[in-house]
Design a protein around this ligand. Structure first.
Ligand SMILES: Cc1cc2nc3c(=O)[nH]c(=O)nc-3n(C[C@H](O)[C@H](O)[C@H](O)COP(=O)(O)OP(=O)(O)OC[C@H]3O[C@@H](n4cnc5c(N)ncnc54)[C@H](O)[C@@H]3O)c2cc1C
Length: 307
């Protein structure tokens, strides 16, 4: 967790951990929950998970916890790592395979002070999608953000921001982002590189979106930005740029639904072992993933308490 934003009014980076946000208040409750455990392995007896083995980072000692249901929710890479370290039964050999993050094209822009689209102290975020959603014809969503400097500055390089302000004064900053749907990429994988304390190897190639689609969104982006009288930020252009792999942080698919886990998020080879994080997504959707993940978590919670 990092509680300081990149600019004075921006959202702090590192505040996006679903598990942390949902359980943080329990740290103060009674009994308090010690979240500071690094899980290393799921323990199993045949088709039943019996608990987890982990390292207590506060007491600095190994611990074993027993449970009648186990849910892996350490994120797309770490859950796959734990599953691989545990040597879980994997009928289709899909654990760790397919990891994908959707392609994202974006650009920043500014709108001159005095424009009706550039009020000084407000911001707006607008989601759109193509009218024609048939047969994956236009598989992307568009996020248009006006006043991005007011509520988030994570993509703005501080030097660019300073130069921009020096040259252009009080203009409003904006961002346009195209997020594409992407199937899992078969050759991508998370692999163990040794014992639990070593990092995993992550081998990821981006999903290719093709020139026709790239040209389509470049032209759409230009149309929208022309409509707002958008100008390039000093040192940048209005052409859409492809976000670097790893920069989007929506990676999915290492414990995919209908492959490793079933539609109820239960590992297919186990009676009482589940996964609930972005690893279970069977594709990388064109929308940001977290609301869908929150819905899956609520559904799994209901399922588990009804057993
Ligand atoms: C800068 C940034 C901005 C983002 N913006 C958005 C956005 O606007 N909208 C959106 O939908 N998504 C956004 N995301 C993505 C969002 O953060 C993820 O989709 C979401 O957090 C994934 O949830 P998760 O439960 O899969 O993993 P996480 O939230 O990463 O949770 C995994 C948890 O497991 C813990 N853990 C890891 N390993 C172990 C272990 N061995 N033992 C015990 N615990 C472990 C971690 O500490 C963490 O708490 C953003 C991400 C970033 C980085």
């Amino acid at each position: 967790m990092q509680y300081e934003g990149y600019t004075p009014l921006s959202i702090p980076g590192g505040m996006f951990s679903t598990a942390d946000l949902l359980t943080e208040d329990r740290l103060l409750g009674s009994p308090a929950i010690n979240l500071n455990h690094a899980v290393q392995r799921v323990l199993a007896d045949g088709t039943r998970a019996t608990g987890v083995e982990c390292y207590d980072l506060l007491a600095r000692q190994q611990r074993t916890y027993r449970a009648d249901k186990v849910v892996l929710c350490a994120g797309t890479i770490e859950s796959a790592k734990i599953a691989l370290q545990s040597g879980l039964d994997d009928p289709d050999n899909l654990i760790g395979r397919g990891i994908t993050d959707h392609p994202v094209l974006y650009t920043h822009f500014s709108i001159p002070a005095g424009s009706p689209w550039a009020p000084a102290r407000s911001s707006a975020k607008v989601w759109s999608r193509h009218r024609d959603t048939s047969a994956g014809a236009h598989p992307y969503n568009v996020v248009l953000e006006l006043g991005a400097d007011f509520n988030q500055g994570r993509y703005i390089d501080p030097d660019n921001l300073r130069r921009h302000r020096e040259e252009k004064g009080d203009a409003t900053l904006g961002e346009i982002v195209f997020l594409f749907h992407a199937p899992l990429v078969a050759g991508n994988r998370v692999e163990l590189s040794g014992p639990p304390h070593l990092p995993v190897r992550v081998n990821v190639q981006p999903y290719p979106i093709g020139d026709a689609l790239r040209d389509e969104v470049q032209s759409l982006g230009k149309h929208v930005l022309d409509g707002f009288g958008a100008q390039p930020i000093a040192g940048e252009t209005l052409d859409l740029t492809t976000a670097k792999l790893g920069g989007v942080a929506h990676e999915v698919g290492t414990l995919r639904m209908n492959g490793v886990v079933d539609a109820d998020l239960r590992f297919r080879a186990y009676d009482n072992l589940y996964a609930c994080d972005n690893s279970v997504f069977p594709t990388s959707p064109a929308a940001n993933p977290t609301l869908t993940l929150a819905a899956l978590s609520l559904r799994l919670a209901r399922h588990l308490t009804s057993l």
